[in-house]
Design a protein around this ligand. Structure first.
Ligand code: F6P
Length: 345
């Protein structure tokens, strides 16, 4: 029998497809604080559910799954059919995997106890963010945060397992269903992005070790609410215009955040007199993206403090959000402080 040693083909006839998400997670398992493989499996479960949601999102215009579901969620927002479908998909994936004991979802009023005795992790998830954009074929996303439960595994879920500050996240990420579908995640060791290759049904590493530009020239805010902004924010927006920055706002947090992360920019959803805590949810929107932002060298605050340091007091708590390039987040804070000091003089 003749044996020949394998030498990788260098002819370029069959180009390399790169590293799959599964392989990457496996290679990186030793990065995880508790490298027993459960967190790796949990990330794979999320990736699998996101592939199914991606399929359903792509079919939305054809299958009878577009439009309103006919009910409102806990936020009082009209649920779209795809919101509900995505929630079912993620719930199913997370409950079957066995690694998760409880889930907080945008679509559910209460914490879902999975009755999973061996589950070490708590997941907070917005299964489909920006869903008012579904019917008009604009990018939407999934956002997730993963925490380790703090009470002993196997005991009943307690409030302290759920109400953890963002700084306790062991992993977070988002899936962007855009012109291509991407999954971006961090486990606290940098940020990596994977692009979905539909013909192979796999996510491939496309954006290794993502770093946000320190400064940027894009501002993303719903300027329709300008009259409700505080004076400092108004003067910052005026400054952005003076500098001829680009205004870019899709109304899908994941898409706006992702663009600014790659190109440099700031996303703002402020508190106003009408809504002092803004609109976005701390547990399953702001925390996850703040963790990603910081890991990529960017910044996330509520205008006063780091998002990741906020101690949550309720499940569906809202928070103002200033997130993006360092210099821009600092600058808007500077404008706000300046405006406040002028008022108090
Ligand atoms: O989660 C809420 C959300 O849909 C975000 O994705 C988006 O950035 C924001 O609301 C848009 O809100 P508004 O329509 O008030 O600008």
């Amino acid at each position: 029998m003749k044996i020949k040693q394998y030498t990788p083909d260098k002819s370029g006839l069959a180009y390399s497809v790169g590293v799959t998400l599964d392989r990457f997670i496996k290679i990186k398992q030793e990065d995880f604080p508790f490298a027993s493989g459960e967190l790796s499996q949990l990330l794979r479960d999320i990736a699998l559910a996101s592939k199914i949601v991606n399929r359903e999102t792509n079919r939305a215009g054809l299958a009878n799954i577009g439009g309103a579901f006919g009910q409102t969620n806990v936020q009082g927002e009209e649920q779209q059919k795809l919101d509900v479908i995505a929630n079912i998909r993620f719930m199913r994936a997370l409950s079957k995997g066995g690694e998760v004991c409880a889930i907080v979802s945008e679509e559910d009023d209460e914490v879902i106890d999975l009755q999973n005795k061996s589950g070490k992790y708590v997941v907070a998830i917005d299964p489909l963010d920006g869903s008012s954009n579904i019917d008009v074929n604009i990018s939407i996303g999934t956002i997730f945060s993963i925490y380790r439960r703090v009470t002993p595994v196997g005991s009943p879920i307690q409030i302290e397992d759920i109400m953890q500050a963002g700084a306790n996240q062991v992993a977070s990420g988002y899936v962007l269903y855009g012109s291509s579908t991407m999954l971006v995640y961090t486990t606290g060791h940098g940020v990596n992005g994977f692009t979905y290759e539909p013909s192979l049904g796999e996510f491939f590493l496309s954006h290794p070790d993502m770093k946000a530009p320190k400064d940027g020239k894009i501002y993303s805010i719903n300027e329709g609410a300008y009259n409700h902004f505080d004076d400092g924010l108004k003067s910052y927006i005026t400054e952005c215009k003076k500098r001829e920055y680009s205004a870019r706002y899709i109304g899908s947090l994941v898409a706006d955040f992702h663009r600014n992360l790659l190109k440099g920019g700031i996303y703002i959803y402020p508190g106003t007199n009408k809504a002092p805590n803004g609109k976005l949810r701390l547990l399953y929107e702001a925390n996850a993206l703040a963790f990603i932002a910081e890991q990529a060298g960017a910044k996330a605050t509520d205008g006063k403090q780091r998002i990741l340091e906020i101690e949550p007091s309720s499940l569906h708590q809202r928070t103002p959000l200033y997130i993006g390039s360092n210099v821009m987040v600092d600058e808007v804070e500077f404008f706000q402080k300046k405006a406040l000091s002028t008022v108090t003089q």
